[in-house]
Ligand binder design. Structure first.
Ligand code: SF4
Length: 138
């Protein structure tokens, strides 16, 4: 089986704060399978560490309102291109991220509130018919 995963779940230090979200269930699933680790925010050209962003009124912005939409959309597009080329059987993404969140994301107020909507990469991959799973549902 070929699996695409959020790179932070595979232990890469690509989170906005320079850390990772290494996940034992992802590690177990990865054993014996082909794994494609992607970080859409890094692939969109953003540095690590980086200023956190959320989606507000359909645009990805920093708390002060500066747009980072272009980088987020570019990273999503690059992930889609990899998925179209590699055809993973399953894509496992980190919860609540403005890029990778599958079921929920933060609401754009930077107050920790969540909305039931995906991040930009998860949304794009789902729109193209890929099987996208929130890591918390593994
Ligand atoms: S963009 Fe996705 S892969 Fe990259 S750090 Fe955020 S949740 Fe992890």
């Amino acid at each position: 089986m070929k699996i695409m995963v959020s790179a932070c779940l595979a232990g890469e230090n690509c989170k906005y704060n320079g850390g990772n979200n290494r996940n034992d269930r992802v590690a177990a699933l990865s054993a014996g399978n082909e794994v494609l680790a992607v970080c859409p925010e890094v692939m969109g050209g953003l540095p690590t560490p980086r200023v956190p962003c959320e989606i507000r009124n359909g645009t990805v912005v920093r708390k002060a309102g500066v747009s980072c939409d272009r980088e987020y959309r570019l990273g999503a597009q690059r992930c889609l291109e990899i998925a179209m080329r590699e055809k993973p059987d399953m894509i496992v993404l980190q919860s609540r991220s403005p890029s990778c969140g599958v079921k929920q994301r933060y609401d754009g107020t930077f107050t920790g509130k969540l909305v039931d909507a995906p991040g930009v990469t998860a949304q794009l991959l789902m729109e193209h018919g890929f099987r996208v799973v929130d890591v918390e549902d593994l």
